[in-house]
Design a binder for this molecule. Sequence first.
Ligand code: FAD
Length: 338
Amino acid sequence: MKTDFLILGGGLSGLISAAYLERANKNYILIEAQDELGGTDYGLKCVPAHSDILENPLIKLKRDLNLNFNIQTLLNPPLIFQNKTGFSDFTGFAVNNKNRALLDELSYYTQSPRLLVSNGWKTLNDELLKIIPTQKIKTKSVVTSLNFNHGKLESVTINGETQIQANTFAYALPLTSAKALLGKEALSAKFLQKFDRMQKFTVLSVDFASKKSHFTKDNLLVFNDEDFFMIGQFNSENSELSSWLSLIDSELAQDEEAVSKTLKTMKKHIKKAFPNLIEEASWERILVVPESHHSFIDLPQSGPELWFLGSNCIEGSQNIAASIKSSQNFVAKLTHCN
Ligand SMILES: Cc1cc2nc3c(=O)[nH]c(=O)nc-3n(C[C@H](O)[C@H](O)[C@H](O)COP(=O)(O)OP(=O)(O)OC[C@H]3O[C@@H](n4cnc5c(N)ncnc54)[C@H](O)[C@@H]3O)c2cc1C
């Protein structure tokens, strides 16, 4: 089997790339391990708006592909909750904390103002899926190896048996698979060394839906004590929803006791700040997100035949804006010469 573009991974970055390629009338196949496309629904999802709003990747995406979803702008600056004084302006995390990398990642989400897909990120996925024909998508297809010949990527093996060749490959899989799949053929010794030293973390996320609608804050809410950090968000257009997340070391995430202790601490903080929220919740959802790497790491240069998208991309941070931008750059650079 052969195609021009082979997109590996059907998370947000893979779907966006496929939708742009479709609009450019290109020949491509999208490969996804799961039944469903869109990656994990991670709850809290806001994108810093940056100064030039028209250049924001989310707004550009909506405009370029003429997608039908609502973007809500949250202008209120983040607040921090202190036990004694209640909410006050958030001025940043403590600089001397040893978990600097985690704090850098959390700092991304505490920039203000922020954009949110107010009718849910699933709406964005559904809109993208309307563009991509189902015959160009292969679900339940796990990429099991990338096959190099003299350092050049030539094909990909799916489910250990089927090979697909392509002129251009877009790597939109999690960074955690990079070492096993790309190996020494594509990654420098320096990269591999750095990769092993990278801090790994797991995200604990708790979402609540409440029938009551008196939680009107649309700020990003930060909780910070000596060694515990948590951020949260109400979606003011849909006041039934609130999302909260905290990061823990990946090694601790294997330990059920450590996970339940963190969840307990999260709920304790939420209860102090919003005494009725948990009791009034009609449901709660807890997600322990699989291990992630903190991705401030220099990946090999993208191109000509292998491009890194999504969490592996140019901007170096694991966030949606960077994912969208990497897919936009990939398609813009390649569609004119293929
Ligand atoms: C709890 C949480 C909250 C977050 N909140 C925010 C936020 O508020 N704002 C923000 O900007 N970012 C946020 N992020 C980060 C953001 O979700 C990610 O940066 C973004 O979703 C990455 O998209 P992606 O397409 O690159 O990767 P993914 O969504 O991880 O997609 C990768 C896809 O590859 C598939 N796959 C994996 N292995 C294989 C294989 N071997 N073969 C085939 N397919 C495979 C997976 O099933 C998945 O569908 C959050 C992340 C977490 C964990």
